[in-house]
Design a protein around this ligand. Sequence first.
Ligand code: SAH
Length: 492
Amino acid sequence: MGSVILVGAGPGDPGLLTQKGRQAIENAQVVVYDRLVSPAILSLIPKDAEKINVGKESSNHLVPQEEINRILLRKAQEDKRVVRLKGGDPFLFGRGGEELELLEAAGIPFQVVPGVTSALSVPAYAGIPVTHRDFCSSVHIITGHARAGAELSIDFDALKRTGGTLVFLMGVTSLPKICKGLLDAGMAPDMPAAVVERGTLPRQRKLVSTLERLPLEAEKAGVKSPAIIVVGKVCSLSNRFDWFDCLSLKGKTVVVTRPEDRSGTLTQRLRELGAEAVDYPCIRTVAREENPELEEAIGNLSRYRCLVFTSPAGPEIFFRRLRAAGRDARALSGLTLAAIGPKTAKALEKHGVTADLVPETYDSDHLAKALEAVEGPVLLCRASRGSTALPEMLERKGIPFADVPIYDTVYTAPDPQKVDALLGEKLLVTFTSASTVRGFVESLPGRDLKNVIGCCIGKQTEAEAKKYGLTTVVSQEATMESLMETIKEVRL
Ligand code: SAH
């Protein structure tokens, strides 16, 4: 029998999705989701799962609640594992209860995975602790939304009497009425009050003011939904505890062009530092299935003195082929193993062997230098169309070598719409190889790329970006750490 899991996706920062929520999404066959769920969380949905968007903003045609309830029921009756993904916490102004009623009546099994609610987390990202012993002893969460055609039904006198922090959701349109209601109930005009727009997201904006002035200031600033209104003395702490706006990459948008399977950690680290990181994989490495050259080399490994890998993908593919040939790491005994950098060395270690040689600077020029000392035939296992620095040096030195392509770099042609909307402002784009530069530029034909600042991992990558006329910065070392430092230093 099918089932439904109601999952809270959190307020926006994808890091605030719970582990249980993530598991549910990864195991789903159908995911029914809302407008406020972030793209990074939607990207966890398995490729073969059905995705149903019931909160399309563009068409302004929200799927009515009864229809959503029926979709959940129908999909569960089709024996599917359904996840209903909702912003924040599903039971806090999320209609989660309504969605369970039909399921319960039909005897469909369901579970609820609570989420981090915006009501508490958005203030936290704005430096506002919703309670503090010096200021209040309660917090109240209120909807500022009035049912169609009806007036706001909020008991302002009661709220004022609590003396607690007041958090209003869905209150942007009613902000003037809310503030007036509280003032009329006798709350002090200089009571600290704040509005936080797009909380926990890279473009979070906050405005801290007083109850009296907040509506006008919010109007001037053009505050839009989704936003949260906080009223209470705790708002006076907001500037002192302002941690999120102070993150080193806050306000920067960074496009990550690495292959999807390798982009995860870079994207995550950028987000942790407050950047808006956009995954835009421009290349993919594809191992060569039929590879007689590699088979030949593996059959004759004893002819070589040195085996060279120039990316972490190299050892992966090499060892897979080695095992397919009925051999293992012992076949490498006596060979000097060279890796272009620490990640590639680590990939070797996974297979129980250690790199003898890693150049001080992680690029092919320096690898070529380091290999000058090697005597005897060298086997290069790397991408087809790799850098020419290595073979040129080996030729010059008269060192015999075989250059065996073990994978191809293919361009993935990502959806240019993901970047189009960003090109109007200064935009950082990470390039971790010359092929990512080519893939990026070719995915955006006819666009003006003057706002793009290419953050390049090494000299050769930078040279490629310059060929296309891009503005560039280059990391000191060819490592992700160094690239991160470079991104931090860019002045926009
Ligand atoms: N179930 C959700 C709330 C749904 S009501 C939760 O627990 O968070 C939608 C309202 O939530 C919005 O109108 C806004 O007031 C608030 N909200 C949700 N995400 C927000 C965000 N990232 N920043 C500011 N407010 C947000």
